[in-house]
Each structure stands twice: as structure tokens, then as C-alpha cells.
Design a protein around this ligand. Structure first.
Ligand SMILES: [Fe+2]
Length: 432
């Protein structure tokens, strides 16, 4: 039983700081699973992961297992991964294809829309005992939306509408699919996974943190700039000027929306103009969208975008970075490569190679972030002195509304505005 009340929860989040208990208290973690993940629109997968009838993908919302499956009606259904008999998790493989989903405990089966298909040894139940296929099925989630194939669900039927919840951050998905000559993306090419002994919010906090980059990732630069990310690029992301002075990302900008969503502006880097596949790609884009629109599309608008609290999408080396809370001090991060339909195959191969370099368990950059999360967890165990985590960079004066995006607010790159929005959303959901 939690010792927290609405009042004590409110006291954990101030205008410019958050109490360390938000990251360290197991009771708060349990409440978050119920109130943050249970009251938000949460990413559960992409429709391209279940292309054919019978395809399924195991997902989750907070700690609750769900299944995303394509049924014989061609539709994608999301339902709780729980047998109506004894409550056992029915589907356990990450993904696959099945005619029926069968519980290993007593053999009950379900259709790929979650409805009950069969009860074993039915003669053993009392005469007249009936099993309604829906009532005794794997229960559907309360709300489900698909946006460019990205599937989000809500467990609470009373959440705001999908568009009201995400507001202008949805522009990031519109722009992402526009990179595809066919205006469509798919998730394929395998999954990278890594874990860390620390709270899930270290990763969501870090998603659009442009303040840490040159410090945490200093070892990923040689001389003035970071490593070259793609064949044909002239250089990597610049870190230092000719005098060795740190270059900030402040000019790139940061955008935020109520609810804790937002993105960091594009990082300067030389695109692979000299690689043949890149020129092929540009030609394909011009052919399908026209030269002017292709130019607009290729003028990058963002680096990482967070759809708080569950998922981050990166624009540079396109991937989904999915945050899976396991315990107050245990988190798994799942990396799903994004493939642009209609783009040259070499482009996707390059992207996968680069994700191994940047976002795998032993990568050049993500390992730095994970180390910071681990040290964050260790440091916040300190029980004396200052219990606060400071989120004061940038202030109301530096924030201007951006009419280009539905209720968007802009600040400078290293501002902590987006973190403040996330903890305002956190306290709102936790105390609603
Ligand atoms: Fe980082």
C-alpha cells in the first residue's frame, strides 16, 4: 500500500526541480504504472510488424503485457495478453504467426482478435455453463489509434482524444513518413535491446537533452567533430570550434507541447551527398514529390522526438527508441530500425550498421548515456543534503509559442523546458 497522497505527490515536483524520490521510490513506480502509463496514449508497435493475417507481436503498457495482432478481417487488434481461465500470459514469443493463440497452462485457445476460440474438455463444466467469446476473450484495450501505421493505445477509456493528447508533436510523424518516396515506413531489420539498472525516466529525460551531448559523448569526437555517421558524409556533428571552444546546440532549438512531448532541432551534419545511394534516394524523392517538396523534406527539422511517456523517434539514424519500465531501478530500451519504403536498399543497410555503432549495448554513444543513467541512480541514493534534481535551464522569458505547430512552444536547444513539461504532465497524471 502506497504511503503517497495527492498532496505528497504534488510536493515532489516544483516549477524548476523534481525530488529524487520520483526516480527512486518503489511505491511511486507502482503508482506510475497505474496512473502515468494507465492514463496516457502509449506506443505498442507499428502495423508493418504484423503484415499478414495471423501475425502477432508481444507488447506492453507499463508492466501490463498486450498483444498486437492482425486478424483474418485484415484489421490490427490490440488486446491484453491474459488467459480468461487462470490469468496466464498466453503469447510469449516476441513475434510470430499463428492460426490460434493457445495458452500453455490448460490449452484454451483464442483468435487473433482476442476472442475465445475454444475451451478444452468443455464437458467438465456444469450443464448450461456458457463461455461468451468476447466476455471470456483476451480483453481488448480501451482505446486504439493508428497514425501512419504507428499504433498507440490507451487503457483508460476517458483519456483525451489521440490528437488532443499529442497536439502538434504529430507533425514529427508526418515529416518522418515524408522521407519515404512512397510516404510509408516500415519496421524491419531486427531489434536491438539493452537494459540498465536505473529508472525509466533517465532515458525519457535524456531523449531531447542537448545540454549533455558534448560532455557525455566527448569520447565519440576526434578533434573538432564526432565520427562520420554515414558513407559520403564530409564530417560528423561538430563539437568544438577552431579555438577548441565548445559549440552548443542552442541555435538548433527545442520544441515542447503540454503532455511532455517535443523534439530537439536538427543537429548540423554533412549529409551523404557523395554516396551514390544518397543521390539515388534524392532522385526518387524528387520523382515522387517534385523537386520543391523534396527539398523541403530533406531540410531536416529535428533530431530526437519524444511522444511521452513511452517512445522516442530519431530522425538522423531513423529508429524507434522504446522505453520499457521493468522495476523502479530496472529499464529496458528497445531499438527498432525504421525503413523508408521506396528508398534504396543500401540506405537501410547503412542505417542498421550505424544503429549498431550508435544505439546498441556496446555502441560509441548510447553506452555513454547508459553510464550516466547508472550513475544517476547511484547518486540519487544519497540520503542526506540536497534531494532535488534541477531542471531550471531556460525560463518563461526564453519560451515563445510557435504557430507552425498546434500549441507548440520553442526555446533554445539546451533549455530544460521539455523536462519541465514532462514533470508537469507527470504530476497531473499522478494526482488526477
Ligand atoms: Fe546522449
Amino acid at each position: 500500500m502506497t504511503s503517497h497522497t495527492i498532496q505528497t505527490l504534488r510536493e515532489l515536483v516544483k516549477q524548476d526541480r523534481v525530488h529524487r524520490d520520483v526516480y527512486e521510490d518503489p511505491d511511486i513506480f507502482e503508482l506510475e504504472m497505474e496512473r502515468v502509463f494507465g492514463r496516457s496514449w502509449v506506443f505498442v508497435g507499428h502495423e508493418s510488424q504484423v503484415k499478414n493475417p495471423g501475425d502477432y507481436f508481444c507488447s506492453w503498457v507499463g508492466l501490463q503485457p498486450v498483444v498486437m495482432a492482425r486478424h483474418s478481417d485484415g484489421k490490427v487488434h490490440v488486446f491484453h495478453n491474459r488467459c480468461s481461465h487462470r490469468g496466464v500470459r498466453v503469447v510469449n514469443e516476441v513475434q510470430g504467426n499463428a492460426k490460434l493463440l493457445r495458452c500453455m497452462f490448460h490449452g484454451w485457445t483464442y483468435h487473433t482478435n482476442g476472442e475465445l476460440a475454444g475451451v478444452t474438455q468443455p464437458e467438465g463444466y456444469p450443464k448450461g455453463y456458457t463461455f461468451d467469446p468476447v466476455q471470456m476473450g483476451m480483453p481488448r484495450v480501451a482505446r486504439q489509434e493508428s497514425y501512419h501505421g504507428f499504433v498507440f493505445i490507451a487503457l483508460d477509456p476517458n483519456v483525451p482524444s489521440f490528437r488532443e493528447y499529442f497536439k502538434g508533436v504529430l507533425a514529427a510523424l508526418d515529416d518522418l513518413v515524408a522521407y519515404s518516396p512512397e510516404n510509408e515506413v516500415e519496421i524491419t531489420g531486427g531489434i536491438l535491446r539493452y537494459g540498465y539498472p536505473g529508472n525509466w525516466k533517465f532515458q525519457t529525460d535524456n531523449a531531447c537533452d542537448m545540454y549533455h551531448v558534448v560532455y557525455s559523448h566527448e569520447s565519440s569526437s576526434s578533434g573538432k567533430a564526432q565520427y562520420v555517421r554515414r558513407t559520403g558524409d564530409k564530417s560528423g556533428i561538430p563539437f568544438f570550434d577552431d579555438q577548441g571552444k565548445i559549440l552548443t546546440f542552442d541555435a538548433s532549438g527545442l520544441w515542447a507541447f503540454d503532455g511532455g512531448h517535443g523534439w530537439e532541432g536538427p543537429v548540423v551534419q554533412s549529409h551523404g551527398n557523395s554516396a551514390k545511394w544518397y543521390r539515388d534516394y534524392e532522385e526518387r524523392l524528387k520523382k515522387s514529390h517534385g523537386p520543391e517538396r523534396a527539398h523541403q523534406i530533406l531540410t531536416r527539422k529535428r533530431h530526437n522526438t519524444i511522444f511521452w511517456p513511452s517512445v522516442v523517434i530519431q530522425d538522423l539514424n531513423m529508429h524507434i527508441r522504446w522505453v520499457r519500465p521493468i522495476a523502479v531501478d530496472k529499464t529496458e530500451v528497445i531499438i527498432l530500425p525504421i525503413k523508408l519504403r521506396g528508398a534504396p536498399e543500401e540506405m537501410f543497410e547503412e542505417s542498421i550498421r550505424m544503429l549498431n555503432t550508435t544505439n546498441s549495448a556496446a555502441s560509441i554513444t548510447q553506452a555513454d548515456d547508459v553510464e550516466a543513467f547508472i550513475r544517476g541512480h547511484a547518486g540519487n541514493r544519497t540520503r542526506n543534503g540536497n534531494p532535488w534534481i534541477l531542471l531550471a535551464r531556460g525560463h518563461a522569458d526564453s519560451e515563445v509559442s510557435d504557430p507552425a505547430y498546434d500549441r507548440g512552444v520553442k526555446s533554445f536547444g539546451s533549455s530544460e523546458m521539455l523536462l519541465r513539461k514532462q514533470y508537469q504532465a507527470w504530476v497531473h497524471l499522478m494526482t488526477a
